[in-house]
Design a protein around this ligand. Structure first.
Ligand SMILES: [Zn+2]
Length: 431
């Protein structure tokens, strides 16, 4: 493992004390003594409560984010095993219009940039329902997906995308190389942040890549989590919150270097990194890498400074939202929600908002209609319910889609409804 940079020293008073027994950093194994933000106990954010389960017990787990003072990896301890979350997963990427378009652009871009053809192999990690790989299959490029969720992997196979139904790590990588050879391209989208054993996962990438191969990984950027106050993107299966600086350190420990980086608007602000084996360099390192390192240093992310005060900022956001909800209730105004995303469940549970403050929410996904949100038991209705009940305020839970949703809700002007977003700051506006 490489020599760590020593972050600027901090006095103990700058951060609230973490719990008595400190878990160990998943990258460098140092004890995690520094608390960045504690959102209390929360249920798994993608779970749903059926009407017949309303009187049953529900498991709650801590959402306490720490920052490692040795390597600066921001992380949640493994409160919940990935096997409990990812083996039967309700999320099908082919169901999201914006993801489908993103996947097509990505495939075209990679085929052009690396001149991929029938002699190459694309191995996607967390390949979901095979939607992305389908674009390579259509161009005659051999593919292999690795996907742990049984139900989504089955959909990929039906789609004609060769898929290995297991978790990825060094062991799986060795087995793939033995059977299929090295990969020319390894896409891994929204999975690096979701693996508890990040060393085993990145080591697997190093094994999978031949000397000419490149891996591209997308993950939410911790700089945006902090700067844009996106604390509701903290949930149990999101184990690591990555900066470029920390990611470089982790990859370097496994013989990989980052040769390019792009900032993407997905998930409120993501990074797409390009990694190769050190010294395999067919392409020079893009100046974008140093530019982003500079931006992170300017934000204080090369030391503990950039993480200071986040917990207090989150608490202030909670007070602001509760002030609004209590005020509306005192004035006899009806407030309801729009959407039932995972991030909404983090927000509502952290703020202890239940149906007395937020009457109900609506979602276009008909599988969620007629169910209740985990923990808060707020009912989920068809969006048509809005016109029937004419609420005064509509709180948009997927705030990252606010413009799109405001357009869909233009008809609520008819009764003078106001739209509200909670993040980055509470804001009210006309639809
Ligand atoms: Zn560490």
């Amino acid at each position: 493992m490489e020599e760590m940079d020593t972050p600027t020293t901090t006095s103990e008073d700058d951060f609230p004390a973490a719990s008595v027994a400190s878990p160990a950093c998943r990258f460098c194994a140092a004890p995690l003594t520094i608390s960045m933000v504690d959102l209390g106990m929360s249920p798994l954010c993608e779970s749903v409560v059926l009407p017949e389960q309303l009187d049953a017990m529900e498991p709650f787990y801590p959402l306490h984010v720490r920052v490692c003072d040795r390597c600066l990896l921001v992380q949640l301890p493994e409160y919940v095993k990935p096997e409990e979350i990812f083996t039967e997963y309700a999320y099908f990427s082919g169901n999201s219009d914006s993801w489908v378009a993103h996947a097509r652009r990505y495939a075209d871009l990679m085929v052009a940039r690396y001149g991929l053809g029938t002699d190459d192999l694309v191995v996607e990690l967390a390949s979901n329902d095979g939607y992305l790989l389908g674009h390579f299959v259509a161009q005659g490029i051999p593919v292999l997906g690795v996907e742990p969720a049984v139900n989504v992997a089955a959909v990929a196979v039906q789609r004609g995308v060769r898929t290995l139904n297991r978790f990825f790590g060094a062991g799986t990588a060795r087995a793939i190389v033995e059977e299929h050879g090295h990969a020319s391209l390894v896409p891994a989208n929204n999975v690096l942040a979701h693996v508890p054993d990040i060393n085993d996962f990145v080591e697997g990438i190093a094994i999978l890549l031949g000397d000419g191969g490149v891996a591209t990984l997308e993950f939410p950027h911790v700089m945006r989590l902090i700067a844009d106050n996106q604390f509701d993107t903290i949930y149990h299966e999101h184990y690591s919150y990555l900066s470029l600086l920390t990611t470089e350190r982790i990859f370097a420990a496994h013989g990989l270097e980052l040769v390019d980086v792009e900032e993407l608007p997905t998930h409120g602000g993501s990074l797409r990194i390009f990694a190769r084996r050190v010294g395999s360099g067919r392409e020079p390192v893009s100046p974008r890498v140093e530019a982003l390192r500079d931006a992170e240093r300017a934000a204080g992310l090369d030391g503990l400074d950039g993480y200071r005060g986040y917990g207090a900022q989150v608490q202030a956001t909670k007070r602001e939202l509760l002030d609004f909800l209590h005020g509306a209730q005192r004035d006899g105004r009806q407030v309801v929600g729009y959407g039932a995303p995972g991030k909404g469940n983090t927000l509502l549970n952290y703020c202890a908002i239940r149906a007395d403050l937020l009457r109900y929410t609506v979602d276009r996904n008909r599988y969620k209609q007629g169910t209740y949100l985990p923990g808060t038991h707020i009912g989920v209705h068809d969006p048509a319910h809005l016109a029937e009940t004419r609420p005064d305020y509509i709180l948009i839970l997927p705030w990252n889609l606010r413009d799109e949703i405001a357009e869909q809700l233009a008809y609520t002007r008819e009764w003078g409804a106001r739209l509200v977003v909670p993040i980055p700051r509470l804001e009210m506006f006309a639809p």
